[in-house]
Ligand binder design. Structure first.
Ligand code: PMT
Length: 398
């Protein structure tokens, strides 16, 4: 990654993770970026401005002993200079100020004024992160196009365990690189992505489903959006927040998905089907909760669901590129290659869901990309990295 000459403004707010931001500055400087640090008054209680001044080789802007008139000069200069504005760590307080447009110190004033993309890396106690107010502020900011990384889950400085830890500096710098070096090679393309798990009802309270979290499909949607595509995301049951800036169409069953895809697929040039779709559904759905059978076994009859990807393959138009996934536990590449042909796909992403770090629910995946001409085994990488590799390969098979 080369960030030579990029101007990055780094806001540091008051949290124990502030010390980790020193590593962000140092990594960015190694990549050639100019880093301008703004610290809130509380941040200076955790780390000395001199640390950031030494690492960034720039004067650090703080509010300490300075009058508000001074902000008016400095905030405009830094707001205009920034190619990217990063706030790490971002406290609940700065998120709340940003969501409400409050500008009462140098950092909140500057971030309000900037036209540059903004990335925030929240870090706080789990209770504060999950509080309704913080979640609502996060939603507002995401809908305005503010980029988020983290927070991660784990042991927090306060001794609690849960979500609230700032993402690691290396991951934050990687995201900064993605935002600053964002390709625009999907501009003008409409991309349709499926994600998450189908649910096939048995009775009003029970259903057949699987462990798909939606992470793989969401990573694809985010990557395509960041590369300029107009994205439609068809989502089943998922366990992570939906990406901002994409059109969302909810579905529950394979039959719902088929109906949506019949309508939407012809309108899109690239179709990527990462949803985990049930091959079977209960033959009948009970209108009332099924009762216990007093020692007798309950036998369920399942009937076959439509193969949605196959139906999309049968409707394929010449300008379209169709991509499927194959979730396998054995004979991975053989089974995937068979699905590539059967479903009339241009590319299939095979993942062995029994491998640690691959498949359902994980942040990483291990995939083999199979097209009609080639086969490529990829190492373990984050789902976001894999999404970008898949998007690169799609462009080369088109
Ligand atoms: O969501 P995550 O937690 O991040 O997990 C990611 C994932 C494991 C779900 C993803 O990487 C993945 O492998 N998705 C495909 C799951 C799946 O249904 O695989 P399959 O081999 O059963 O299906 C092959 C292809 O046909 C898939 O593109 C699937 O969407 C599609 N299909 C399957 C069955 C069916 N009835 N209709 C379909 O369209």
């Amino acid at each position: 990654m080369d960030l030579t000459g990029k101007e990055i403004v780094l806001g540091v707010t008051g949290g124990i993770a502030a010390y980790k931001s020193a590593e962000i500055v140092s990594r960015l400087r190694h990549l050639g970026a100019h880093v301008h640090v703004i610290m809130t008054r509380n941040a200076t209680e955790f780390v000395q401005p001199l640390t950031f001044q030494t690492l960034s080789a720039q004067e650090v802007v703080t509010d300490t002993f300075r009058a508000p008139e001074y902000w008016n000069v400095e905030h405009v200069a830094l707001a205009k200079l920034a190619d990217l504005f990063v706030i790490a760590p971002a406290t609940a307080n700065i998120l709340a100020k940003m969501a409400s447009g409050i500008a009462d110190d140098m950092l909140s004033t500057t971030v309000l004024a900037t036209k540059a993309p903004v990335l925030v890396a929240p870090a706080m106690n789990t209770g504060m992160w999950t509080a309704a107010a913080t979640q609502a502020n996060t939603e507002v900011l995401k809908n305005r196009g503010i980029h988020f990384i983290g927070p991660e889950s784990g042991m927090l400085a306060c001794g609690d365990e849960g979500a609230g830890r700032m993402s690691e500096p290396a991951a934050i710098v990687e995201r900064i690189g993605q935002l600053l070096c964002a390709k625009t090679d999907y501009q003008g393309l409409r991309v349709l992505i499926t994600a998450g798990a189908t649910r096939e009802r048995l009775d009003p309270v029970r259903y057949l489903t699987n462990d798909s979290s939606g992470k793989m499909g969401f990573a694809l949607a985010e990557a395509a959006r960041d590369r300029g595509a107009e994205v439609t995301l068809v989502k089943g049951n998922t366990t992570v927040p939906v990406p901002a800036g994409v059109r969302i169409l909810p579905m529950e069953t394979a039959v719902d998905l088929l109906e949506i895809m019949r309508k939407e697929a012809p309108e899109h040039s690239v179709v990527i089907q990462a949803a985990a779709v049930s091959d079977y559904r209960p033959a009948s759905v009970s209108a009332t909760k099924l009762k216990k059978r007093k020692g007798e076994p309950l036998v369920l009859t399942l009937e076959e669901n439509p193969d949605v990807a196959k139906a999309v393959g049968e409707m394929k138009k010449p300008h379209q590129t169709l991509v499927g996934f194959a979730a396998e536990t054995d004979s991975v590449t053989e089974n995937a290659a068979e699905k590539l042909n059967k479903k009339n796909l241009d590319l299939i992403v095979a993942n062995d869901v029994t491998k640690p770090g691959a498949g359902f629910g994980t942040d990483t995946n291990i995939a083999t990309l199979i097209s009609r001409e080639s086969r490529e085994d990829l190492p373990m990488m984050t789902k976001r990295q894999l999404a970008d590799v898949i998007l690169d390969r799609i462009l080369s098979v088109r």
